[in-house]
Design a protein around this ligand. Structure first.
Ligand code: PHE
Ligand code: ZN
Length: 881
């Protein structure tokens, strides 16, 4: 484990390497505990670099056993090797030279899952961001691009498969029990995209013919016996390849594309060139074991990693500050792909829900940072929802501002200009400027200013002048290290909806730029006046969530109801329902806290039930409308001094009010949508199941009996229905026999499927109430739990901390204490996992003082530990500051 050195890396300090890496040859002699890595690296001194400058290579926990310089053993006086670096002095001024380094590494002991490690008897690597330096000494930074040749030697029986990046060169036997394989990747790449996999796996094979007619072999490797569960991933891969050709004009560039599913992985998946490595959770699916959400995630992540081949691999990042250059852009691409594969509006609603529940709290708390940060202490901690999801939103805004064609022109120029390079955010933005002749200087502030812009809106209609004036004011909140902010360029899609539901896109006569249906807010305060408006319209603003901002628009509830009923933009309709729901829910939380009886406004219930019952609307949309803002959404809206128990109680009371008033509607919905045909994992089928299951949860509330859910559990023929029924039982009636029986039946049935048991852990970890802590502790003793497996830990401890507000924040602080112990236990094994879990405490300052004190005390225990990893030290320091 790398313990903290306190070193901060600054963007301003960037400079190119002194030496240029020409080529890389690696030979691995694989052994579970003693793997030998021989690296032959050819360098030359960069022009203009001082002749005395030494070559300094990165390492992390390395042991070197031999070092040759141009094939001859190097005089120890000319180098210094430590576990963290190798420095070589007295190097030639202008001619290339070759370094041959041998390091010995222990994959079995690698519990961090960075570098070369073992998972379920397989060798796998993870090199992003700085894992390659745990394999060999190397200029381990993304702007060092080279061509790699890889030789792998391993025991043949245990490792029939020997895989690496690029194209397969050949292989043969090697001594009595071993064999070797050679791979060559012709595309220069940075070390973080290196991958190696060896072991015994099952194969699913297919082919794809590219737009220029080349045939690409497609292989997905999974554990033996799980091949049928990779069919959906393969299908998603082929659709991704086709989509990238059709929409972005991007063709695949090797003879083979491989995906390997592994069971121990810190993140979702990794885009290594030609050899993506996936958390098996995002590959394996069949109706019996995967939910609709699992299918949607697999489709999105397969696409995401595939799309990285162009946005990330062919064009990579100059340095890690530019992470959003590949991640924000690639998330945008996978969002667009899913929108094209599914329902665009429903997809957008899900994206915005996710952004609000994950990114907005990050942007409003102690971990807030710009999409393009300027300093970091541990880069692993910057794989954040801000870089990914807000980064995607920033890309989406460029498309909104420039329009479809303008965006396409900019992207085409980007691919043309920077292919094969390590680029920056500035390079990216410049392509859109140059291709469109538009100055995006102000827009680029989105990359540099953290914090969710707060937009205050008011509108006034002048019936005699027939004008509408829309007054907008923007405020960017202060964030750590940055208090004074400049006004940003905020593109807001809008429509003016008349009384009869007709929509107009008007152009402004004064106030600023309005292009098509987009109002461009560029000043701190701006008033746009629209003329020729016959009667007072309802303003639908930020349609499609064109800008990732918070709107404060004192719109009357009649206006919101009008939008909820008539807007042609489904996203805007959902948003209006949310805007109607939030005051109801915050009001209920306040009432519950004061011990009063919550009453739910009839007007709100009527709007909601009208939408629910409207069979012209797609089921998935109605299910979204019925999934009220979460407890976390309500907490954010309340803004501080929060009592999670009151928020929960208030929300439950509102749900009861809706359930009672809507029992008839829900009964019908449940009946209509239960009678669906055979299972198909597509969006339409998923939508029906979502609506049916939310109807079931309201019916269960109305009846206050586990009977319906128990029946649904018994008759379910797919994992979505089964896990939903189990969730309703466990969360509503944790002590009922029906629940105990269902939990036991589920455990027995899926005892050999760890990914399914993760759902069993998560469902139980999120049972509301103080008793959940003891449940989590008991579950940690379950034979199905494995403290070293990230998926298990996230399903149980992670879901408890992130997804169980009443349990995690129980008033006595016991769960915080437990959590701190867990963090300290996980950190020495897997710092990345520990640090990511710890972000669950990032919003502790929004709690009421009693809980906040206890959360702070738990954080202080962590901070007081003398031997934290850099990862955890960085998070705990920032969260406490
Ligand atoms: N680059 C990966 C992705 O977003 C994420 C990742 C980062 C995976 C770091 C592993 C380690 O596609
Ligand atoms: Zn990515």
């Amino acid at each position: 484990m790398r313990t903290d050195t306190g070193r901060i890396v600054h963007l301003a300090d960037y400079r190119p390497t002194d030496f240029v890496l020409e080529r890389v040859d690696l030979t691995f002699e694989l052994d579970p505990t003693d793997t030998k890595v021989e690296a032959r690296l050819i360098f030359h001194r960069r022009e203009g670099v001082d002749a005395s400058a030494p070559l300094v290579l990165d390492g992390d926990d390395l042991t070197m056993t031999s070092l040759l310089f141009d094939q001859i053993e190097l005089d120890p006086a000319r180098y210094t090797a430590t576990p963290e670096s190798l420095t070589i002095r007295d190097l030639p001024e202008s001619v290339p030279f070759e370094i041959t380094v041998v390091t010995m590494i222990n994959p079995e002991a690698n519990t961090q899952l960075m570098g070369l490690y073992r998972t379920n008897g397989i060798y796998a690597t993870q090199c992003e961001a700085e894992g390659f330096r745990r394999i060999t000494y190397f200029p381990d930074r993304p702007d060092v691009l080279a061509v790699y040749t890889i030789n792998i030697i391993a025991d043949k029986a245990a490792n029939p498969l020997l895989l690496s990046n690029g194209n397969f060169l050949g292989g043969a036997g090697f001594g009595p029990d071993k064999h070797f394989a050679a791979w060559f990747d012709p595309h220069p790449k940075p070390s973080y995209l290196f991958a190696l996999v060896a072991g015994d796996l099952g194969i699913v094979a297919d082919t794809f013919t590219t737009m220029s007619g080349r045939e690409v072999a497609l292989k997905i490797y999974v554990e033996h016996g799980k091949e049928p569960r990779a069919a959906y991933a393969m299908d998603a891969l082929k659709r991704s390849m086709k989509w990238d050709e059709e929409v972005f004009g991007r063709e695949y560039d090797l003879d083979i594309f491989m995906i390997v599913a592994v069971s121990d992985f810190n993140m979702g998946a990794m885009e290594n060139k030609g050899l993506n490595i996936f958390n098996d959770k995002y590959v394996l699916a069949d109706p019996e074991t995967a939910t609709d959400q699992d299918y949607a995630n697999i489709e999105a992540i397969i696409a995401h990693e595939y799309f990285h081949n162009w946005t990330g691999n062919r064009i990579t990042c100059r340095d890690w500050f530019q992470l959003c250059l590949k991640e924000g852009l690639t998330v945008y691409r996978d969002h667009e792909f899913s929108a094209d594969m599914r329902s665009r509006s429903v997809k957008r609603i899900a994206e915005v829900r996710h952004l609000r529940s994950e990114q907005f709290p990050e942007d409003a708390g102690p971990l807030a940072h710009p999409v393009r940060p300027t300093k970091y202490r541990e880069i692993n901690n910057f794989y954040t929802t801000t870089v990914y999801e807000k980064g995607s939103e920033v890309t989406r805004m460029i498309a909104t501002i420039l329009g479809r064609d303008g965006f396409k022109k900019g992207m085409d120029l980007y691919f043309e200009r920077h292919d094969g390079e390590a680029a920056t955010v500035e390079d990216f933005v410049k392509c859109f400027e140059d291709a469109n002749g538009r100055d995006l200087t102000q827009f680029a502030l989105w990359y540099h200013q953290a914090g969710t812009p707060q937009i205050t809106v008011s509108s006034t209609y002048d019936s005699s002048a027939k004008t509408l004036t829309l007054s907008l004011e923007q405020m960017i909140p202060a964030t750590p290290g940055h208090s004074a902010k400049e006004p940003m360029h905020i593109p807001l899609r809008f429509a003016l909806i008349s009384e009869n539901g007709a929509e107009a896109v008007a152009s402004a006569i004064s106030g600023g730029e309005v292009s098509g249906d987009v109002v461009h807010l560029t000043q701190r305060a701006q008033a746009f006046t629209f003329a020729g408006i016959g009667s007072r319209p309802v303003v639908s603003l930020n349609r499609g969530f064109s800008a990732p901002v918070s709107l404060h628009f004192a719109q009357g509830s009649e206006d919101l109801a009008h939008i909820a009923r008539h807007d042609s933009d489904l996203f805007a309709r959902w948003e209006a329902i949310t805007d109607l729901a939030l005051p109801v829910l915050t009001g209920a939380a306040k009432t519950a806290r004061e011990g009063g009886a919550v009453e739910t406004s009839r007007a709100f219930i009527d709007v909601l039930l009208a939408v629910a019952a409207d069979e012209t609307l797609e089921p998935a949309f109605r299910a979204q409308a019925l999934s009220l803002p979460s407890e976390a959404d309500i907490a954010r809206e309340l803004g501080g001094n929060n009592d999670p128990d009151a928020i929960h109680a208030g929300r439950q009371a509102v749900l009861s009010g809706i359930a009672t008033a809507g029992a008839g509607v829900f009964g019908k919905l449940h009946a209509i949508h239960s009678a669906s045909g055979p299972f198909t994992p597509d969006a339409a089928g998923a939508g029906k199941r979502a609506l049916k299951n939310i109807a079931l949860s309201f019916l269960t509330i109305a009846e206050n009996s586990p009977a319906l859910a128990a029946a649904a559990f018994a008759s379910a023929d797919n994992m979505t229905d089964l896990s939903q029924a189990l969730t309703i039982l466990a969360h509503r009636f944790p002590e009922a026999v029906e629940t105990k029986n269902a939990l036991a039946a589920f455990e027995t049935r899926f005892a050999s499927n760890a990914l399914v048991l993760d759902k069993w852990f998560s469902i139980q970890a999120t049972i509301p109430g103080a008793a959940s802590l003891d449940r989590v502790k008991v579950l940690m003793q379950s034979p199905h739990f494995a403290p070293t497996n990230p998926n298990r830990v996230r399903s149980l401890v992670g879901t408890f901390a992130f997804g169980n507000a009443t349990g995690f924040n129980r008033a006595d602080g016991a769960a915080y204490h437990f959590f701190a112990e867990q963090i300290l236990a996980i950190d020495p094994r897997n710092p990345q996992l520990a640090a990511r879990l710890l972000t669950a405490l990032r919003s502790w300052r929004l709690l009421e003082p009693g809980r906040a004190d206890k959360a702070r005390a738990a954080l202080a225990t962590i901070e007081a530990s003398p031997s934290l990893s850099t990862d955890v030290r960085d998070i705990v320091d920032r969260v406490l500051k």
